[in-house]
Design a protein around this ligand. Structure first.
Ligand SMILES: *Cc1c(COP(=O)(O)O)cnc(C)c1O
Length: 399
């Protein structure tokens, strides 16, 4: 079968909830992916950061294969010999006392919201079912009905109400707006340290620190959604580390499995996560031994290969080189580490055609929000590969 045959099948039988580039991939290795025609591409999306460790990392693969032969799932009705070690290693790496594993990122976000509400009722003393959670405009936290309830993107919510109440939306990047929105019923503030899906929006320096301080002053939890920014992507283990901010709850996903499996989690201290009692929350697949073994290997690779440091060093180089391209179309190059957005001017006619031109030259990148090209390659990329990509990107941006 050829590319067009696969596309025809997908269009015929699959729900059309995505608009992918017309490339049909069949194999990946490190930063490279290969299509069914044998063409090679540099992956500059990394499945939205899920393959930060690179495609089919041999050590994570080995851990997966070994565990898959032994035991894949017990359900949490019984204990298994991988989950306790995953808990310990995740907590020691992130510096939190407890963790709770789920599968998709959206489920971990839902988990954080439930825990924050429970904290508000049982610790802060908010009247039951009155808790408010403050979020930012242009957020992306996933696709469940509760999560799209507080999205500001019409496409994500238009036809999907009625919505979950209890959320307050403020502009992103303005700490004072959060202070003004806090009431005695406020349980938490939930933010992305950098808004990835909104087009790699980096807030002003000091924003996260101010939010932390405001939350402390008003006895409000600070929840950081680090599903995309976490685990080395921005050049530190967590993006909040850039401002030395320690959130009360950190939400992780994507790279937590190195792309092998859906693995997500929240981490927090006992004063928050210790509030959950048996039966209040759960997931059939969450914390299964296969997921735990994969998560453990994914974290080990992150540390052993110094991926946060690599992201910091090569991200700075990549950004500097992108800024040096004298393109008439580029409005701004921004980002942190290897989470980079190139925003095009309106007259460029949208990012999609640039992504298609990059594809023709062996680079896969995806437009976000029409005018931004995101460059977020696996963190295992090296300088030589960036130097291979730059003239190709340059050619496309100068056309
Ligand atoms: C991808 C993402 C999610 C949702 O994760 P899923 O695994 O797709 O449910 C939530 N928050 C952020 C910041 C993300 O980038």
């Amino acid at each position: 079968m050829k590319t067009q045959d696969y596309i025809a099948l997908e269009e015929r039988y699959g729900a059309h909830n995505y608009h992918p580039l017309d490339v049909v991939l069949t194999r990946g290795e490190g930063v490279w992916v290969y299509d069914v025609e044998g063409n090679r591409y540099l992956d500059c999306l990394s499945a939205y950061s899920a393959v930060s460790q690179g495609h089919v990392h041999p050590k994570i693969l080995a851990a997966m294969q070994e565990q898959a032969q032994k035991l894949t799932i017990t359900s949490r009705a019984f204990r298994n010999d991988q989950l306790p070690l995953f808990y310990k290693e995740l907590c020691e790496l992130t510096g939190y006392e407890m963790a709770l594993p789920m599968n998709s990122g959206a489920e971990a976000v839902e988990t954080a919201l439930k825990v924050a509400r429970k904290w508000a009722y049982t610790v802060k003393g908010v009247p039951r079912h009155k808790a408010e959670i403050i979020v930012a405009a242009n957020n992306f936290h996933g696709r469940t009905i509760t999560i799209v309830s507080f999205s500001t993107e019409p496409l994500y919510r238009e036809d999907f109400g009625p919505f979950t109440p209890g959320f307050v939306i403020v502009p992103y990047g303005e700490a004072e707006a959060i202070r003004k929105a806090i009431t005695p019923h406020t349980a938490a503030v939930m933010l992305e340290p950098i808004q990835g899906e909104a087009g790699v929006i980096v807030p002003p320096e000091g924003y996260l620190r101010s939010v932390r301080q405001i939350c402390d002053e008003h006895s409000v939890l600070f929840i950081a959604d680090e599903i995309q920014t976490g685990l080395g992507r921005t050049g530190k283990l967590l993006a909040c580390d850039h401002e030395e901010v320690r959130p009360d709850i950190v939400i992780l996903g994507k790279a937590l499995s190195g792309g092998f499996y859906p693995v997500s989690a929240i981490v927090a201290d006992t004063s928050v996560l210790g509030l959950l009692r048996p039966g209040e929350h759960g997931s059939t697949f969450g914390g299964n031994p296969l997921a735990a073994a994969i998560g453990r290997a994914a974290l080990r690779v992150l540390v052993e290969e110094n991926l946060p440091e690599n992201a910091a060093r090569l991200g700075a180089y990549f950004q500097e080189q992108l800024r040096a391209i004298p393109s008439p179309y580029v409005k701004e190059v921004r980002g942190k580490g290897l989470l980079i957005g190139v925003e095009l001017k309106p007259e460029a006619g949208g990012a999609r055609r640039f992504c298609e031109a990059l594809q023709e030259r062996g680079i896969l990148a995806k437009e976000t929000h029409e005018h931004v090209i995101r460059f977020a390659p696996p963190l295992v990329i090296d300088k030589a590969t960036i130097d291979w990509a730059l003239p190709r990107i340059r050619e496309v941006l100068l056309r």
